[in-house]
Design a binder for this molecule. Structure first.
Ligand SMILES: NC(=O)c1ccc[n+]([C@@H]2O[C@H](COP(=O)([O-])OP(=O)(O)OC[C@H]3O[C@@H](n4cnc5c(N)ncnc54)[C@H](OP(=O)(O)O)[C@@H]3O)[C@@H](O)[C@H]2O)c1
Length: 433
């Protein structure tokens, strides 16, 4: 197991963290996500320690506090002190029915941490994270409460979850104290939004990114995808709860590619997806979740896999192609674009024609270069996009002339088109605008 230092702190953790969201058996959404009892969680913590994991991530709200309780019981049963296993928890979500039993106000933070410490059975937590922003409370009040907890010795380091780039900058402007270390973010082959802004701001301020739902809630394992099983009847969280939400049409080609690479390496798709994340510059530690020991064993072995550059490129290309298709789909769903698809190209680049050219650009731009990969992706998408390709195929004059114009046009359209223009199509064709 490799280790890394979190942000500008002196906090060293394993590159894989054990996620405790499946620990305990709460009500509501936790019935779909969690369910593990004391013996199961203790066995999983023991396995993680044996493989070199030194951080568990839980939260006050997971299974209404039962996750923290199970973590505490496992640490006691296995005799693990902080030299063997560190604990990260969170505060922000509702913990009771009262008006101050939710959010990031001083009262809720200070009371919740006391409860968390009792459940975990220690006199401090190693990392206390804000589970999200709370727009109703001044950020300065929240950060001051965290600072007090650090001074009292009840919290070693503090972090955030799901902060945007702007929120990170704001928090940094209020306090740049060295114990502020992390931002937990959702990042996976199915969702790379983090790469746009958050990663850059985190790098600038030396804030470590801890990755949650690295397998898109299990979807990247392939068991829920019609592509791999011929059906999508696998039992598990995603059969009942779409969390984190994904666009299956867009993610299925990625799962297909994961299977192909996994077969070559004689590993599992989950291991390839996790190894891809471990190799990303933005990633500090990946929080692996599991429903049983077999899944955990599978996931922990990802730390032993190195993907070859061409395998990374294949994954990057399929993600870029899938993203292009979803942008096309969104553009084609707009009334103006439907008109554009049936009209002749016009000399005046306005209205429907603008939209038509954007669609043409994206299709011809990726089609000529990535060929089969894009073909597979497009086949898994809706009829509208296929109709666009047929149009492009027929209009050879458009193919010849569309590229340069369309790049410029894309920039003049709405924000979706702008992201289309800045799309990295597998590094093969970078727009100049
Ligand atoms: N800060 C936040 O806002 C936030 C949000 C979410 C999570 N988190 C943290 O991130 C951790 C991981 O999140 P996550 O549970 O969503 O991660 P994930 O890896 O995307 O999904 C984990 C789920 O996928 C399935 N799975 C995992 N490994 C598998 C394997 N090898 N083979 C087959 N199925 C497998 C299991 O569910 P099934 O067996 O039911 O399919 C497992 O519970 C959580 O424990 C939590 O600590 C933080």
């Amino acid at each position: 197991m490799d280790y890394c230092t979190l942000g500008r702190s002196g906090f060293r953790v394993s590159r894989l963290t054990l996620g405790a969201m499946t620990f305990g058996a709460g009500t509501g959404i936790w019935q779909s996500i969690a369910g593990l009892d004391r013996e199961q969680t203790t066995r999983m913590v023991a396995l993680a320690v044996e493989r070199g994991v030194n951080l568990i991530d839980t939260a006050d709200a997971y299974s209404q506090g039962q996750s923290e309780q199970r973590v505490g019981e496992a640490l006691t049963a296995l005799g693990l002190d902080e030299s063997r296993m560190l604990v990260a928890t969170k505060v922000r979500l509702r913990t009771g029915s009262g008006p101050n039993d939710v959010g990031l106000g001083r009262s809720h933070i200070l009371r919740t941490v006391e409860t968390s410490l009792k459940r975990i059975g220690r006199d401090h937590v190693d990392l206390l994270q804000l589970h999200d922003r709370d727009a109703l409370v001044p950020l300065a009040e929240t950060l001051r409460a965290l600072d007090d907890l650090v001074r009292q010795g009840k919290v070693r380091h503090v972090g955030a979850c799901n902060f945007s780039a702007a929120q990170l900058e704001r928090a940094h402007a209020i306090t740049a104290a060295s114990h502020g270390a992390t931002n937990q973010v959702h990042y996976s082959l199915a969702s790379r939004d983090v790469e746009h802004e958050i990663a850059a701001v985190a790098r600038e301020y030396a804030i470590a990114l801890m990755i949650w739902s690295p397998l898109a809630g299990g979807y990247l394992c392939g068991k829920y995808s019609a592509d791999s099983t011929g059906s999508s009847t696998a039992a598990g969280r995603r059969s009942k709860l779409d969390f984190p939400p994904i666009d299956r049409d867009r993610v299925d080609p990625i799962v297909h590619e994961l299977h192909a690479i996994a077969q070559t390496l004689e590993v599992t798709p989950a291991q390839v997806a996790l190894a891809w994340l471990l190799g990303r510059e933005a990633t500090s530690t990946v929080i692996v979740g599991a429903r049983n020991e077999q899944q955990l064993e599978d996931n922990l072995r990802a730390s032993e896999i190195a993907l070859a550059p061409d395998q990374r490129t294949r994954l990057d290309r399929i993600v870029a192609a899938a993203r292009a298709v979803s942008l096309l789909d969104a553009a084609a769903a707009r009334p103006r674009s439907r008109a554009g698809m049936t009209s002749k190209p016009s000399r005046a680049l306005t209205g429907a024609t603008k939209q038509r050219r954007v669609l043409m650009y994206a299709v011809t731009g990726i089609r000529g270069k990535v060929g089969g990969v894009v073909g597979r992706t497009l086949l898994s998408t809706g009829q509208r996009v296929r109709a666009v390709i047929r149009n492009a195929d027929k209009g050879s004059d458009l193919k010849r002339t569309s590229r340069a114009d369309s790049l410029t046009i894309a920039c003049s359209l709405d924000s979706r088109a702008r992201s289309c223009a800045s799309l990295d199509l597998g590094g093969l064709q970078r727009p100049r605008c």
